[in-house]
Design a protein around this ligand. Structure first.
Ligand code: LFR
Length: 466
């Protein structure tokens, strides 16, 4: 994504897009990281062809996954996806002698079985002993492009191994998973210059001169930077493969209520914290769409759903059975059958079941946020691809009784660009950046139209007792 500030407006131009996914390799779901690298180079080549010979570049990706690098700078194995089943029992095993309370007190990070902590716990010990560097995915990509290695904090915080108080890796936790702090390159904040793109390393590509900036490399951290929340009472929902719902805090909140509700304090750009919860998100819809042989676009699926009645079944979309099922449609249907509810059959019914239950979950978490933070959130800013689904935006407004501001859909790319622009002195700070976003993109407003809170109460009684 190419971004430029022209007459005080942020302009985006999509230069290249590619599909990313994991495939089975030696019994594990692995990412094809070389493919990602090649596609980045193709994208950069297109940027140069479009006439941009000097650029800055920022890379963000999903979190928690990593690459093990050996002493000669070589990759020791393909990175395993966090959706791989290897960590299924890891939380239980690891916390049998290091309590959950201790880990949460230390890190403030939610318990997700795929956190880096549990992934490393399942790694081969000899391999770890031969590992020179443990690099988070965007740090690895930056390393290959520039030969410079760092550990960027927004992403590193999702390892569940950083100490909230000291701001460093916690030795106790590292020891538990047989790694030590020297295997992580130095911790840096978003906005740090990483180095120059080593064009000579990639002779097959005609590349621009690029200064690589370490941005908020966790995609969700970038998305929050790119969310134009105004005033004091807004929450965000970064709605993509995952739905991340929460608030931006200046002081972390890792008290008992936050712990009991498994809220996370991931580190954000500019000294903030992402106090949020992971919800299964559009992953459910993405799988449904694929299983329908991509016969319908996402927009068409939403249209079909719109013709159905919402709340025909109450589903816990965060049930781990939906994390990586062999077949999502069958999994949703089996859930409904087992809980003695109407089984959705048509594409529209299945999509509506997913959308309406995602909206119920969002509304539930807005209540939780108010309860934990003592806040009264009146506006939910929805960004990411999910902001295009008006059906869900309106349902969420109706169930939660809040205003929904939808957009921009490319908040992650925008947040990435903003950190680059701030680091280069093109934009003064994140507050100004957010007002630039409001002036640059069409945002849609949704107000509650019909009180649907009774469905939340029923869902809470039937599905989500916590
Ligand atoms: C979103 C995201 C979430 C993280 C999950 C796994 O893309 O980065 O924030 O919990 O993916 O990395």
């Amino acid at each position: 994504m190419l971004g430029q500030l022209i007459n005080g407006q942020l302009q985006l131009r999509e230069m290249h897009r590619f599909v990313n996914g994991f495939t089975q390799k030696e019994g594990h779901d692995c990412w094809n990281i070389d493919h990602i690298l090649e596609e980045i180079l193709v994208g950069l080549q297109k940027v140069k062809k479009a006439g941009f010979e000097h650029i800055t570049l920022g890379i963000d990706t999903w979190a928690v996954d990593y690459v093990l690098v050996g002493r000669q700078g070589q990759r020791l194995k393909d990175p395993v996806s966090y959706r791989d089943a290897r960590t299924k029992n890891a939380i239980q095993e690891l916390t049998s002698d290091l309590s959950k309370e201790y880990i949460y007190q230390k890190t403030g990070i939610q318990f997700l079985d795929f956190n880096t902590l549990y992934q490393l716990f399942e790694e081969d010990k000899d391999l770890l002993a031969n590992t020179d560097k443990i690099l988070m995915i965007p740090d690895y990509l930056g390393y290959v492009l520039t030969d410079q290695a760092v550990t960027e904090v927004t992403n590193a915080s999702t390892t569940q191994m950083l100490s909230l108080r000291e701001g460093l890796f916690d030795e106790n936790l590292l020891q538990k998973v047989n790694v030590n702090a020297t295997q992580f390159p130095k911790l840096v904040d978003p906005g740090t210059v990483l180095g120059e793109l080593q064009t000579a390393k990639f002779p097959d590509y005609d590349l621009p001169q690029a200064k690589v900036i370490t941005v908020a490399t966790h995609d969700t951290a970038s998305a929050v930077v790119g969310t134009p929340g105004l005033g004091q009472h807004w929450a965000y929902l970064s709605s993509g493969t995952w739905s991340l719902i929460g608030a931006e805090l200046n002081i972390p909140e890792n008290g008992t209520l936050a712990f009991q509700n498994n809220y996370t304090n991931e580190w954000g750009a500019y000294g903030t914290y992402r106090f949020l919860k992971n919800i299964m998100g559009l992953w459910i819809i993405q799988n449904i769409q694929k299983e329908l042989h991509e016969k319908y676009s996402f927009a068409q699926l939403a249209q079909l759903a719109q013709q159905e009645r919402p709340f025909q079944q109450y589903i816990d979309v965060n049930d781990s059975r939906f994390q990586n099922p062999a077949n999502m449609i069958q999994e949703v249907q089996a859930y409904c059958r087992q809980t003695k509810q109407v089984v959705p059959q048509t594409p529209g019914e299945i999509a509506m079941a997913a959308y309406s239950n995602l909206s119920l979950y969002y509304a539930n978490e807005l209540q939780k946020l108010d309860e934990i933070l003592g806040s009264s959130i009146d506006t939910l800013n929805i960004v990411g691809g999910g902001a295009n689904v008006s059906l869900m935006n309106q349902l969420t407004a109706n169930i939660a009784g809040v205003n929904v501001e939808a957009g921009p859909t490319e908040a992650t790319a925008i947040g990435n660009l903003i950190v680059q622009m701030i680091s280069q002195g093109e934009i003064l700070n994140v507050y100004l950046a957010r007002s630039i976003i409001v002036n640059s993109f069409d945002l849609k407003h949704y107000q509650p139209q019909q009180d649907m809170s009774q469905h939340l109460t029923q869902w809470q009684t039937k599905v989500h007792k916590g």
